[in-house]
Every structure is written in C-alpha cells, then in structure tokens.
Design a protein around this ligand. Structure first.
Ligand code: 8Y4
Length: 290
C-alpha cells in the first residue's frame, strides 16, 4: 500500500513496518494497587510514565493513553475528569520518552488540549460521532483512527449484535465516516481505519472480520487492529482475561498476515516478537532480503 509514512505532529511513524501500540489506561481502577494514588494526578502520571517507558523499551512505537473506560457498564466520565486524567500523563510522557502519543478519547476538548501538549495521534472508538469532534480533530492536523462500533455506546452495544453481512456493514460505516471527516476538513491521508473487534459483535462476527479483513484495504487507508485480551479470545479458548496472551498473539499474527499496520495490545514484548517473526516470513515471500 502507498501509506508508508504517517506524520504524527512532529514525529513520523513508519508504517512500512507494523507498529505495536501499547495500551495505557489512566482510569482510577487501572492504578488501584492498594494506594489512593488516583486522587493525585501527579502520581498517576508518574506511574503511567513508568508503564509507558517499559512498553517503549519492549518495542512499542505508539502509546495509547485512555482516561475513559469503554467497558460495558462503566461510569460515564465528565470532560474535566477526563482532561485531569489524560493531560498530566501526556505532558510527562511527551517530555521523557521518544514515542508517538495516541489519545484514546471521543471528547473534542480532550483532542484539542492533548494535541497542544504534543500528542501525535487520536483514537476514537466512536469514529468522531460526537458534536464538534471532526472539526476539533481537523484543527489539530493530527491523524485519527476511526473505529466501527454497532450500537451507540459501549454500554449497550453487546446486548444483541446483529448484521446481515458484518464485513459489508463495517466497510460501509467506515466509508461514510471517512467521507464525513474529509468534509469536515481532515485530510484523507490522515485517516486510519479499524473494524472494532468486540464493539457490538458476537464471537462469530469477530472471527469473520479477522478472516476477511483484507477487504477493508479497498478503502486504501492503514488498518489498526485491537483484539488484545478481548472476549473473542476468551470465548474461543474459554479463558479468563488473565490467560488470553497466547490467543491474543495468534490474532495479532493473523492480523499482520492480512495487512494490518498497527496492532493495539497490552502485552508489548510478546507481541513485538510475534509481529516481527510474522513480517520476516511475509517479507521472504515478497523476495526481499531484509
Ligand atoms: C481486556 C482488556 C479485555 C480490555 C478487553 C478490553 C479498541 C480501541 C479499545 C480497538 C481501537 C478493550 C480504545 C477495549 N479497543 N481502540 N480501544 N481499536 N482503535 N477491551 O479495538 O481494550 S478499549
């Protein structure tokens, strides 16, 4: 594909190699190891930096920072609360690490403020559906990942997922969001697409999307895949969330063979090895030496 370099603020992301995106949650529950650190934004940011530094050492090219839990049933977060969670971590990681900072949010104010602090990529599971989101993203000049979700909110999306043709419906949705974003002034070259594994999909829908993901290349944009530790792995293997690493690696390898450009994961070191090995094999079939 003709998308080898993506400008992410002042950093350039090389998409001719698969990039591993490390997940960094800055929600209070993700730091609840007995202390009350979540009451102090500075300590949360320091812990976030520590985790981010480790993921960068392990080979992550992107750190995806999220301050709103998208888990079904999670409490909604105010804009101010989300800003208070995300911005100190962005500022500290930006100062200390050489990595692209991605912002997992749907909130226009968060996009704007995080971009001003040096975030390089925006990641919205609601595909910029909120009022003012496309315009706010356009003003940042940053690339953005548009994800498919069936249902309006992560809270209700898993109630009864239904599709006549999941691949076609995901593809049509993403096409419409691409058009809306371009109309709002976001350059097409700055868009990344994501089928949204687990967001309003049954196990069968998720397996079908992973099998047939190549079809999404017709849109001509880079693809991001997030299956790490998700229930599709849990259901296929009958494993609880803390025993889904090997199954998650299998999905990462499959996504790379189907042309994914960015893999969003919790377990960076293991995924980087699996991805690099997969790329080594794929490169041989293209007759390349390195
Ligand atoms: C265990 C831990 C099991 C976390 C499930 C989960 C995606 C995403 C999420 C994705 C993009 C999650 C923010 C859901 N998933 N962004 N975000 N693509 N672009 N659940 O698939 O990780 S959060």
């Amino acid at each position: 594909m003709n998308v080898s370099k993506l400008q992410c603020g002042d950093k350039c992301l090389d998409l001719s190699r698969v990039q591993v995106m490390g997940i960094l949650n800055v929600t209070p529950d993700s730091f609840s190891d007995g202390g009350s650190y979540h009451d102090d934004g500075r300590l949360v940011a320091e812990k976030a930096l520590h985790r981010a530094a480790r993921m960068v050492e392990e080979g992550a090219g992107i750190i995806d920072i999220g301050g709103e839990s998208t888990r079904p049933g999670a409490d909604p977060v105010s804009v101010q609360e989300e800003l208070d969670r995300v911005l100190p971590a962005v500022e500290l990681i930006r100062r200390e690490l050489d990595v692209v900072i991605s912002i997992d949010s749907s909130t226009p104010e968060v996009f704007t403020e995080a971009a001003a602090l040096g975030a390089g990529l925006l990641n919205d599971v609601r595909a910029l559906a909120r009022d003012g989101a496309p315009e706010a993203v356009a003003a940042t000049g940053l690339p953005v990942c548009l994800m498919h979700m069936q249902g309006n909110t992560p809270a209700d999306m898993q109630l009864a997922p239904h599709y006549d043709d999941v691949l076609e419906e995901v593809s049509d949705f993403l096409k419409q969001r691409v058009d809306a974003c371009v109309r709002a002034g976001i350059a097409r070259e700055r868009l990344i697409l994501d089928p949204g594994f687990g967001f309003g999909k049954t196990l069968e829908h998720n397996l079908c999307l992973l099998n047939r993901m190549e079809a999404l290349h017709e849109l001509g944009l880079p693809l991001l895949v997030g299956t790490s530790r998700k229930s599709m792995v849990g259901q296929a293997l009958d494993r609880p969330v803390d025993q889904r690493l090997y199954g998650s690696l299998a999905t990462a390898v499959l996504a790379v063979t189907k042309g994914a450009h960015i893999i969003r994961v919790h377990d960076v070191a293991a995924t980087v090895d699996a991805v690099r090995m997969t790329e080594a094999v794929l490169r041989e079939s293209k007759g390349e030496v390195v």
